[in-house]
Every structure is written in structure tokens, then in C-alpha cells.
Design a protein around this ligand. Sequence first.
Ligand SMILES: [Zn+2]
Length: 456
Amino acid sequence: MISFLPLGGASDIGSSCFYLNVEGTGIILDSGTHPRKSGIDSLPRFELLKEKNVDVALISHAHQDHIDSLPYLVQHHPYIRIVTTPQTRAVAEITLHNTVNILQEQLKDEMTMRAYTHEEIDLLIQSVEWQEYEKQFTVNGYRHESADPVHATFFDAGHILGSAGMLIEHNGRSFFYTGDVNLEKQSLLAGAVLPKKHVDVLIMECTHGATDSSLLPSRTSELARLATTTNKILNRGGSILVPVFALGKMQEMLSLFWKLMLKGAIAKTDIYTGGVGKKLCSVYDKNRYTVGYNDTDFVLSDIPQRDLYEVEQIDDLLRHQCIVLAGSGMVIQNTLSFKLAQRWLTNPKAGIFTVGYMDQETPGFRISNSNKGNLIQLTDTHEPQNVSCDIERFRFSAHSNRDGILSIVERLRPSTVILVHGEHESIDWMGYSIMKQFPHVKLHAAEVGKQITLFE
Ligand SMILES: [Zn+2]
């Protein structure tokens, strides 16, 4: 039998984790945490794996919602084999150590769960095996029971450095999990590569399912608007805060701003970065020949940057014009971007640019949906404050728009599609559109805890 069981990240975005059982070989696809939740609530439902074979974990990329619960999975299944791309392994070594620090703070009063340690991460990373894009490997685990081998192949997903879609093949049957995918090129990364054959089952992300692609601005017009808006704020002596994910968005935005400065489209201004995002720039640089990179001569670490962590007073950043790229991307409470945003909101010369996905229950979403003159309450426990700065929203997404996602169905011609990683509205639109355009496709909207039998 071949079955699919979602443990997390099915009908929302966060704690992605799916269990695929191929004739007895248990494969975990991703093992993330929910960025907005904490403690046990942030984890996938690992208890559903009780009495199931758990042999191999394949990790699509190193974003928190796809990898951060891996150390907990390993505690329960110490003999699990873990495979990623070499780039994801290199990135995860930095990001998971950073998560240790965050978790230790977050879980200090938590009785039911402890943070993992730096030593555990060192051991975990040592045990992670890497496989390059488009090189098939066998995934039978230590306790495999399937008579025929299960093969897997990673394909560049074009989302962030090292991101992969995964093709799993067994006995003439094939399954493709998109992970987070972007078919279009970004500033640094070229778009996704898909298998050049049809698959039986497609497990597909739906992040942007709810947004009409024809209403989305083109990349060129967004870049032009980024330049104009940046100039407007810098020219009046204001500073710009861009909340970014340290992995992916930070490198993309740094590259975009610097290229605009090189072209003379915006004035050369101090750019502040720091911490994990800066360390990850050098991993991007080292890998620019190993993945689909638009310009292998472009080196992020050569871009002049000032260190955000050496700034003594937040107000120093508002006293002279500068551009600040700070985590977290969704302006989660107690992060640097949250602290900076509180000050930025009070400054009429300043601007906050939002540039990526915001979960609806985060301060970032509230900022992104406010305008100068509004009253904003960053969290339910914070006092409302006036929005005195400019707020501008840009779309530089690392995910395909919904028409791009639909084109994957067209290209891979699956007989079954399982929709994952999207809010209800997104999943509903994708489901409706697939039914209309591909009426022969068998469709499932994934639900945590609900097993789908793919083949008897
Ligand atoms: Zn991602």
C-alpha cells in the first residue's frame, strides 16, 4: 500500500510535515515548526507516527516551517536517515544553531518541552547526508520492508538557496512534492527546474492560491516603484526599515537595493544588515556556481554593509538616512524588526517596506495593512500607536503566483493532486481551478491526521 498522512502544514502555512509510506518504507517530507506558535503547538503532530515505520526524512529547504522540528523528530526516531541538498545542509547548520538561542529564550518557563541544544545540532548536522540536484539516490531506510527500492531525486525549486522539489519513484510509480517553489527568476536565483516526465501523484504548495495573478504587478514595475519610493524617503532624510527573513529574502533584498544603487536609480546609502542573514550571505556566495544563479560574478559579501548589531541606539538609525534589513520577516514580537518597527512607526520621515508573505495573525500583517495616519496595535497586549511613517507594500515573492502553480499540474500531468501549504481560500481556489481545467485529476485537500490511500 502507498499512503500519505499530513502531520502539519496542510491547510495552513507552518510546521510542514508529511508522512509518505511506500510499501513499508516510511518517508518524512519536511519537518518544520509554526513561526507564530510556540511550545508543543508549534510542532507537527509527531504522535501520529506511533507504530509506523519512520526510515528517512527528506528536507525540501531550510526555512523554519520546513526544518526546525527536525531535532525533535530525531529525538523520537534516532536511527532516521536525513537527506537534503548540500546547500540546505550548509544553511541549516547556521539557522538551526540560531534557533537554539531563540528556543532557549522562548521555552525557559515551559514544562512540557525543552529547547534542543547546540551539541544536538552539531550531531544532527554531522548525520545529515547530502545529495545534489538531479542525481537519483535510494531512500530505503534502516528498517525498510519494501521489496523494491524506493528512489528519490531533488530538483532545484528556485525558492531559496538549496531549496528542492522531490521526485520519489517506486516500482513504476512516481510522486512529486514541490516544497516551496518559484518558477520565475528572482534577483539572485534562477527559477525552478521540474522533472521532465509525468508523475502519478503531485503534492503541491498553494501559498498564493488566493491572489489573482493578473492583479499582481510585474517584477519590473515593482523594481521601478521600489526605486521611486526609496528615493522619496531618503530625499526627505528618512530611513527605511525592511523586515526580512534572514534566509532568502534578506539576500534578495540586499541584492536588489545594491543593484539599484549601482545603476544610479537610488542614491548610495548605508545599508545595515547583520546576524544570521549576513552569515548566510557567505553561504550563498560559496554556492553561486553550484546552483541556478543568475550572475555568478555577483558576490553578496562584497556589498558594503554596516553591522546592525553594532548600533548603540535605535534612534541613531533614524538620525541619518539608511536602509535597514532586519529579521524577523513577519515582525514577530521580541525580534529586532519588531523593536525597530515600534520606533519607525513614530517617525514621520521614515518608511517601512513590507516585501513578503505575512501570516494574518502577525504584527507584520498588521503593519502591512496600515497606512500613515491610522492607529495600529502591534499585538493584542500592546497599546495602540499612531502610524506616523510611510508604509509601502511590495511584491518580491519567493513563491510562484497561482497561475505558475497551475502550470506545474499542466507540465507534470498527475492523476492525483494533493494540495498543501496554503490557507483555506488558497486551497479552495486551486482545487476549483484544477477541477475545471483538469477534470480527470483526482483531488485531495490535505488535512492534518487524515490519511489518504494513494495505491492499495
Ligand atoms: Zn520557504
